[in-house]
Write a protein that binds this ligand. Structure first.
Ligand code: ATP
Ligand code: MG
Length: 394
């Protein structure tokens, strides 16, 4: 059918034609956002899920709801090798500029700018001093201890937002790339917001393996945040993710063809978009049937093998490739760390650094103590199917 009319949206963060099965997460977020702006207690959220399950899409959705509820929003993607302080700086500056345009909030916004200037010099953020055009406020947000300073800064922003009768929502994607102390600082700052009853919330998304929290941050996180699990879609929701976009274009799919897609994709959102996209393109006429879907599978696998899977695979070193192959050769995960070691004929402890490095790259995670699994759904199938070693760095 006409590719121009194709309703599906495969791709990182692309809004799907039908956002299936996420009503509860979005509903909770909307209530929390409305409560926050009314200064009622509200829980921030950290969405946890594997690659391609729809976390970024949800954060964008929450961002829109936040704006509709009257919040200012800042969206950052935690980079692998950049300090959070540096990443936040331009977003906070912009938020404060916006707040300062409201007469009632001008004074507070200016004092928050002064706090930001102190923060910029404490964390050696270049151009911070020159750009802000205000004097710092010694003793505010400038100690160099991120936990204290981020809390001071959030408080200053919260006070300004309050005067403007707005709120501020910080969204952090790829939160697993934050250092432990950075995530702890964010959580402690959110705790300060709750204590001061200020309209500031954080919504984050990331792989199930996030930083290990300890001490105050751990106990605050348990009370202040909810951690919705963003998983593959239930069969009914997965069907809707395909059927609704098709029927909006007047196209049907046979129940047998639909079943094949649901089995092949295991309901993972990214794969549903991919299969839907190809099934549309290869079909001549409605309804889409089994033959069409079988052809679509060939296209989808080829594209995944050369894209989604390949780019992730190519980030591994030769030794890491051996490790993930050993995992895949054990069948379906999760895999006992000791079983992988036996498969490789190596001592389990000696493999610790290698495993840690693959976890840091976001390829595998530890679903429970002593186990590892892939963060990319169906990656084990890919490894067995292609048995690749080429392309990996030595
Ligand atoms: N609820 C949903 N229903 C149908 N399709 C969805 C849904 N959520 C996301 N998708 C589709 O899944 C794909 C992946 O979404 P997204 O990039 O948000 O995932 P992610 O969890 O952020 O992945 P990653 O961990 O790789 O960043 C996109 O093509 C998107 O359109
Ligand atoms: Mg994402």
């Amino acid at each position: 059918m006409d590719p121009f009319e194709n309703p599906f949206a495969p791709g990182a963060g692309s809004r799907p034609p039908e956002l299936a099965g996420r009503e509860a997460v979005i509903g909770d977020a909307k209530i929390a956002l409305r409560r926050s702006i009314e200064r009622r207690s509200a829980q921030s959220q950290i969405l946890l899920g594997l690659r391609g399950t729809g976390k970024t899409v949800l954060l964008n959705e929450i961002r829109e709801s936040a704006q509709q509820a009257g919040h200012l929003t800042s969206f950052v993607e935690a980079p692998e090798n950049k300090a959070l302080a540096e990443q936040l700086y331009p977003h906070i500056r912009q938020t404060l500029r916006k707040l300062s345009t409201t007469e009632a909030a001008k004074h507070q916004a200016l004092s928050a700018m002064r706090a930001l200037r102190g923060f910029a010099s404490a964390f050696k953020i270049s151009w911070g001093d020159v750009e802000l055009g205000v004097d710092p406020d010694p003793g505010t947000a400038d100690s160099g201890d991120l936990e204290l300073d981020l809390s001071d800064l959030f408080e200053a922003i919260g006070q300004a937002a309050l005067k403007a009768e707005r709120g501020w929502v910080l969204l952090i994607d790829e939160v697993q790339y934050l250092e432990d102390f950075e995530l702890a600082a964010v959580i402690v700052a959110v705790h300060r917001m709750a204590q001061r009853n200020l309209p500031v919330m954080v919504f984050a998304g990331g792989l199930p393996q996030i930083a290990k929290l300890s001490g105050d941050a751990k106990s605050y996180a348990e009370r202040l945040f909810i951690f919705p699990k963003i998983d593959a879609l239930e069969r009914n929701d997965a069907s809707n993710a395909l059927i609704k976009p098709l029927s909006s274009k007047g196209v049907d799919i046979t129940p047998e063809a639909l079943d094949i897609i649901l089995d092949r994709t295991s309901g993972y959102p990214f794969f549903l978009q991919e299969w839907g996209h190809h099934a549309w393109n290869v079909s001549e006429l409605s309804p889409i049937g089994v033959d069409d879907v079988n052809r679509a599978t060939e296209h989808a696998l080829r594209r995944l093998d050369n894209g989604f899977f390949k780019v992730r695979f190519e980030r591994l070193t030769k030794a890491e490739v051996d490790y993930v192959h050993a995992m895949a050769n054990l069948g379906r995960g999760p895999y006992g760390v000791s079983d992988v070691a036996i498969k490789l004929g190596k001592d389990q402890r000696a493999l610790g650094p290698r495993r840690a490095s693959i976890i840091k790259k976001g390829m595998i995670y530890s679903p429970s103590f002593g186990d590892v699994d892939f963060t990319v759904p169906l990656f084990d199938d890919f490894l067995r199917r292609t048995n690749r070693s080429a392309g990996a760095r030595p």
